[in-house]
Write a protein that binds this ligand. Structure first.
Ligand SMILES: [Zn+2]
Length: 395
C-alpha cells in the first residue's frame, strides 16, 4: 500500500510505502498512482494518548466493564488520529479497579488490542482527599499508598500498568514511589496538594511525570511557592497536559510548554465516556460508575463539569483538538504540536523504536491530516493502524 502526502516536517511530497504493517520505504521523488492521500495532506505519526477514561459511552471504570467494552474503544479514537491509548482507571474500590484491570488484560490477549494499548494508566486511589486536588474522584475510595495492593493490581493487569498517578504527600508515599519506579512503572504526580518538599522527595524517589498539570488543583493557591511552580521547575518531570481550551487558558498552556520545553511535553485528552456525546445533563454514573448520584453537564463546546460546580469532570474533546490548539496558543508549528501527541508519548512509554514517527521500520500507525495554516484548523482525513485503513473522513 502507498500513501501520498508531505511527511510531517518536510516541504515536499513523498510516497510512503507500507508492507506487513510497517513503513517499508519513503520515496521523496516518485508520485504514486492510486495512492491514498495527495500532496495537500500531511502524513503524521498517529497519536498516542496516555490518558483515556472512555469515549462515546464506553467507560474503562464502569462496574460492568468487560473485555468487549474495552475493545469497543479504539474505533471511537481513530477519527481523532489516535491509534494507541492508555486506558485510565480512576479511584475506586479494590474490587472495581481489579475488575477493570482484568477486563483490559483480557482484551489485550487479542494482538490488535495489545498493539492499541501500550500500557494502562492507573490514576488514584493514592491521591489527595482534599476538595480541589481530588477533582471528581470519589472521596470514599481515596487512600494511602499500599504496595501489596498495587502488586495485586499489577498482577490483575498481567503486568500492563505503565503509569501510576499519585499524591506524594500521602502517608508512606515516598518509599512507595521508590518501589513502584524500580518496578518499571512511571510514577506521575497528580491530584495532589503537595508542599515543595514532597515534590522534591518524590522526584528523588523516581517520580518522572506530572498528570494533567494545572488541573485537579485548589481553586486558590499561594502565589508562590506552590505545587504548580514546583512541578514546572523540575526538569525531571515530564508534563501531561490538557490543551482542549477548557482545562487551561491559552496563556497557561503557552507558559507551561515554554517552561517544560518541547521534549518533556505530552498532550493528553483525559477523555471520559461522555466525550463525543450531545450537549446536556447526564447521570454521573456514565463517568463515575453505577450508583453514583452526581450529575454531569456536557456543554456545546465539549466542556464536561460536575453539575452546579466549577469542577471539571474530565474532558469531552479528543487529542486532535488539543494538537490543533498548540499552534493557536503557543505560536508553535504543527510539527511541534504533533510531536507532543506522538513521538513524546512514545518516548515516555519507551516504544519510540516502534511508533511515534514516520520512519522506515516503524509501525505504519499513521494519520493523514489536512492543516489550514491560516485558519489553524486541523482535520483528520484518514487513520491507519499497522498499515490498515481504519478511518476515512466523509467527503
Ligand atoms: Zn485526573
Amino acid at each position: 500500500m502507498q500513501i501520498r502526502g508531505r511527511v510531517l516536517g518536510e516541504d515536499r511530497a513523498s510516497t510512503v510505502e507500507v508492507q506487513d504493517g510497517k513503513i517499508r520505504r519513503i520515496d521523496r521523488s516518485r508520485p504514486a498512482e492510486g495512492a491514498l492521500g495527495d500532496e495537500s495532506l500531511v502524513i503524521a505519526p498517529a497519536f498516542i494518548d496516555v490518558q483515556v477514561n472512555g469515549v462515546a459511552g464506553r467507560n474503562v471504570n464502569t462496574a460492568n466493564v468487560t473485555a468487549e467494552e474495552i475493545a469497543a474503544i479504539p474505533p471511537h479514537l481513530h477519527g481523532s488520529g489516535t491509534t494507541m491509548f492508555c486506558p485510565t482507571l480512576t479511584t475506586g474500590s479494590a474490587e472495581q479497579m481489579t475488575r477493570s484491570l482484568k477486563a483490559i488484560a483480557e482484551a489485550c490477549r487479542d494482538p490488535k488490542m495489545a498493539h492499541a494499548i501500550p500500557g494502562i494508566h492507573v490514576e488514584g486511589p493514592y491521591i489527595s482527599s482534599e476538595d480541589g486536588p481530588r477533582g471528581a474522584h470519589v472521596l470514599q475510595y481515596v487512600r494511602d499508598p499500599d504496595w501489596d495492593e498495587f502488586r495485586r493490581f499489577q498482577e490483575a493487569a498481567e503486568g500492563r500498568i505503565k503509569i501510576l498517578t499519585l499524591a506524594p504527600e500521602r502517608d508512606g508515599a515516598i518509599p512507595f514511589i521508590e518501589k513502584v519506579a524500580q518496578s518499571g512503572v512511571i510514577v506521575s504526580l497528580g491530584h495532589t496538594g503537595a508542599q515543595p518538599a514532597h515534590i522534591e522527595a518524590a522526584v528523588k524517589a523516581g517520580a518522572r511525570m506530572s498528570t494533567h498539570l494545572g488541573n485537579a488543583a485548589h481553586a486558590q493557591l499561594p502565589r508562590h511557592p506552590n505545587y504548580i511552580w514546583e512541578q514546572l521547575a523540575k526538569d525531571e518531570l515530564w508534563m501531561g497536559f490538557i490543551a482542549d481550551g477548557h482545562h487551561l487558558p491559552p496563556a497557561v498552556v503557552k507558559c507551561f510548554v515554554r517552561a517544560k520545553g518541547l521534549e518533556r511535553s505530552v498532550l493528553v485528552s483525559d477523555a471520559v465516556s461522555l466525550a463525543g456525546m450531545p450537549p446536556g445533563r447526564y447521570a454521573g454514573e456514565a463517568i463515575f460508575g453505577l450508583g453514583d448520584p452526581r450529575e454531569v453537564d456536557v456543554s456545546p463546546e465539549g466542556k464536561i463539569s460536575l453539575a452546579g460546580t466549577p469542577y471539571l469532570a474530565g474532558a469531552g474533546l479528543l487529542i486532535h483538538r488539543c494538537v490543533q490548539n498548540i499552534p493557536r496558543f503557543c505560536g508553535l508549528p504543527l510539527s511541534d504540536a504533533i510531536r507532543m501527541a506522538s513521538h513524546n508519548p512514545a518516548r515516555l512509554l519507551g516504544i519510540q523504536d516502534q511508533a511515534g514517527s514516520v520512519e522506515v521500520g516503524r509501525s505504519a500507525d499513521l494519520t493523514l491530516l489536512r492543516w489550514d495554516v491560516d485558519q489553524k484548523t486541523l482535520k483528520v482525513e484518514a487513520t491507519l493502524v499497522q498499515g490498515e485503513v481504519v478511518y476515512k473522513a466523509e467527503r
